[in-house]
Design a binder for this molecule. Sequence first.
Ligand SMILES: NC(=O)c1ccc[n+]([C@@H]2O[C@H](COP(=O)([O-])OP(=O)(O)OC[C@H]3O[C@@H](n4cnc5c(N)ncnc54)[C@H](OP(=O)(O)O)[C@@H]3O)[C@@H](O)[C@H]2O)c1
Length: 296
Amino acid sequence: MPEQTKPHVTVLGLGRMGAPIASAFLNAGYPTTVWNRTAAKADALVAQGAIRATTTTEAVAAGQLVIAPLLDHDAVRQALGPTASALQGRTLVNLANSTPDHARELAAWAAGHGADYLDGAMMALPETVATPEAFFLYSGSQRAFTTYRRELEVMAPAHYFGTDAGSAEVHDLALLGTGYAALTGFLHAAALLGSVGTTPEMFAPLAARWLHGMAGFLPELAREAGSAAYADGVSTVDLNRAGVDSLIQLSRASDIATDVHEPLKALLDRRSADGHGRDSFSSVFELLRSRGTAER
Ligand SMILES: NC(=O)c1ccc[n+]([C@@H]2O[C@H](COP(=O)([O-])OP(=O)(O)OC[C@H]3O[C@@H](n4cnc5c(N)ncnc54)[C@H](OP(=O)(O)O)[C@@H]3O)[C@@H](O)[C@H]2O)c1
């Protein structure tokens, strides 16, 4: 796209994430208007070439693409509430951490004021914005994603999850859940290793190497769970039941909490009791995807 046809971008919210996002658009040569509740946070960006807006309505009116990396849903509502009359024909990208229902509510509100809406989740740290390490998730208006994909990719590689505005937030929470399980496992292991004199710092590189290998196992796990094909898995329910049981026994003997692995042991026990001990480990998916069955 020739320089002069770059759309005007507005960034609402110049916190830890918003400031590097606005800076990335300036570095990429986009005319960029910025607004922040605490006005002084815009100073460095104005020095970099940004246009300062003094109200959110002025900011929204200036941008064809309005990006809002604000704190949360309430902040977005408060900042955007007065701008309804300026939203017509704009594309609004809400990057605040939110719930799927809040995302859907905002999508309906934006549509009611003539704006296209994309909900986004930032899988990034402030220092990884505009680097290949970051990736952002989007859902909502297909037209908005297609029209502005180039601009979205100024911030981070962009992934689109369909027209349901809540879908990006569900994917965000799914990724968080995956990470929480792994990181809590690491913290438990670090506590356990204290008993043999290994510090968390010493353990971290070993754990990182192991997790890297585990990541390579995900496609196989996904294939089994996706097709309910549990008969020929490399690692059975009973084998892993014994492994998790050993971990719990060692934790007890070392006076370390067993809270992290007791729920997994319960799932494996139930699978085994139901006659599925020789199925693949991935078959616990059958209990997880049916809450009624898992909580019986
Ligand atoms: N930081 C991270 O590592 C990270 C990573 C991924 C995703 N996120 C998500 O990104 C979003 C922004 O996070 P952040 O780290 O940039 O937060 P932050 O540094 O605390 O910045 C929050 C921004 O929201 C504004 N704000 C808060 N309440 C407001 C209100 N009622 N009205 C108008 N503006 C308001 C703040 O304005 P003031 O400057 O006036 O306070 C500031 O611009 C959050 O949803 C967060 O969960 C953060």
